[in-house]
Design a protein around this ligand. Structure first.
Ligand code: NAD
Length: 437
């Protein structure tokens, strides 16, 4: 199968490399010439565990190539995936579809034999109809089917997710497209690809419904955490106590500083906009966004509360800046509003993140970046754990205490047990549980 992947970002590069690993012939195209030049040099422009090895193996095997031009690859492909960005549109929160439509027009001009154009980007319901209209308008003779195949991978575990998906959703009514999509994913399950075929609009909405549901689950447990704190209950045990009910499930019930990242914030915003346009508002999701927004500044107030409400003259050290571990992605990370709120409360900020500092520099000002957790903690009045990177889970607490000006740890991910931290002489605050044993 010959595949062109248009857009070589977190989704496009992972999907392209995995398809090549299945044995398909893949070319990943991107407008960003620096990205393609880096890939040609054998460098991976993003941090994603094991992606370097997967790309290198498939490049060496001749199954994976890169280009800034899509004309030639599209004309020779059986399937063309659109995996370009769909950020929030400036000003109104709708998804910005300009990259998707630009890609569709360019693809249209270069279609030759029967081709399936498949949108992998997260796009609002009805986008597939518009992509098809644009293609047919630009190239009325094209033998083409337009399908939706939303992607559910998570950054940080992207390859595993792509190769062991819970499900693959494919939206199309076209029989030839169905056969082709089943064939593309067949190596995953040999004879029976677990592709859930559905209508295009349904597939588009499944993606938003999934992300909105997960964002709701996180926000729900965050509110329960606040209540647990007030009444002296433990949110970790509540999460387990409810999660063991199969109808609820234990995943996505970790209280923390609020969700962020490149998907949940923009996708929940886009869903409420679509729902409002169709006069079927999703009020639960509207509440989720509002609650989540407030939460990030509330986390800064939690830090300030340790010092009587002000951080004037205090140095706060942050461990972790990315929205989750194992990625360098800083898009809409909760650390961004958290840093601003801490600064508003008077704090001087030091920070360390294993992979995210390069991207963080363009998002955050007046932050001193450090080379490791202990350097970050040095002379700080409070250490705030923002992202639960593996390397923060077993810090040398005695050493931390020696480095810090004031022994305060605010653990926004509940990665420590209160007794082990307070046992080292720290004041310890966490989320949704009694902080002092
Ligand atoms: P990204 O910003 O990392 O990558 C998008 C790439 O598309 C960029 O490299 C950009 O240069 C390129 N591009 C834009 N227009 C182009 C064009 N006309 N031709 C060629 N290349 C073009 O974005 P991403 O995180 O990979 O997300 C892509 C889509 O997948 C989004 O819709 C997102 O919502 C969705 N998604 C993302 C994730 C994730 O974890 N990142 C997971 C599931 C779905």
């Amino acid at each position: 199968m010959r595949i062109t992947m248009v857009g070589t970002g977190y989704v496009g590069l992972v999907s392209g490399a995995c398809f090549a690993d299945f044995g398909h012939q893949v070319i990943c195209v991107d407008k960003n010439a620096d990205k393609i030049a880096a890939l040609h040099r054998g460098e991976i422009p993003i941090f994603e565990p094991d992606l370097d090895r997967l790309v290198a193996t498939n490049v060496r095997a001749g199954r994976l190539t890169f280009s800034t031009e899509l004309a030639d690859p599209v004309s020779k492909s059986d399937a063309v995936f659109i995996a370009v960005g769909t950020p929030s549109r400036r000003g109104d929160g709708h998804a910005d579809l300009s990259y998707v439509y630009a890609a569709a027009r360019e693809i249209a001009a270069n279609l030759k034999d029967f081709t399936v154009v498949i949108t992998k980007s997260t796009v609002p319901v009805g986008t597939g109809d518009e992509v098809e209209r644009l293609i047919r308008e630009a190239n009325p003779a094209a033998d083409v089917a337009v399908a939706s195949n939303p992607e559910f991978l998570r950054e940080g575990a992207a390859i595993r997710d792509f190769k062991h998906p819970d499900r693959i959703v494919a939206g199309t009514d076209d029989e030839r497209a169905r056969k082709l999509i089943a064939e593309i994913y067949r190596p995953l399950y040999l004879n029976r690809a677990p592709v859930m075929f559905t209508g295009r609009r349904t597939a588009e909405l499944i993606k938003y419904a999934a992300n909105a549901f997960l964002a709701t689950k996180i926000t729900f447990i965050n509110e329960i955490a606040d209540l647990a704190e007030k009444v002296g209950a433990d949110v970790q045990e509540i999460a387990r106590g409810i999660g063991l009910d199969n109808r609820i499930g234990t995943k996505f019930l970790h209280a923390g500083p609020g969700f962020g990242g490149s998907c949940f914030p923009k996708d929940t915003r886009a869903l409420i906009k679509t729902a409002q346009d169709y006069e079927a508002p999703v009020r639960i999701v509207e509440a989720v966004i509002a609650v989540n927004e407030n939460r990030k500044r509330a986390m800064a107030r939690k830090v300030a509360a340790v010092f009587g409400g002000s951080l004037r003259g205090k140095t706060v050290a942050l461990l972790g800046l990315t929205f989750k571990p194992n990625t360098d992605d800083m898009r809409e990370s909760p650390s961004i509003p958290l840093v601003t709120a801490l600064q508003d409360l008077g704090a001087t900020i030091k920070a360390y993140d294993p992979e995210g500092m390069e991207q963080a520099r363009s998002e955050l000002s007046d932050v001193s970046y450090c080379d490791g957790p202990y350097e970050c903690a040095k002379d700080a009045d409070a250490l705030v754990i923002v992202t639960e990177w593996e390397q923060f889970r077993a810090l040398d607490l005695a050493r931390l205490k020696r480095e810090m000006a004031c022994p305060v740890i605010v653990d926004l991910r509940n990665i420590y047990r209160p007794d082990e931290v307070t046992g080292h002489g720290f004041q310890y605050e966490s989320v949704g549980r009694r902080s002092q044993p």
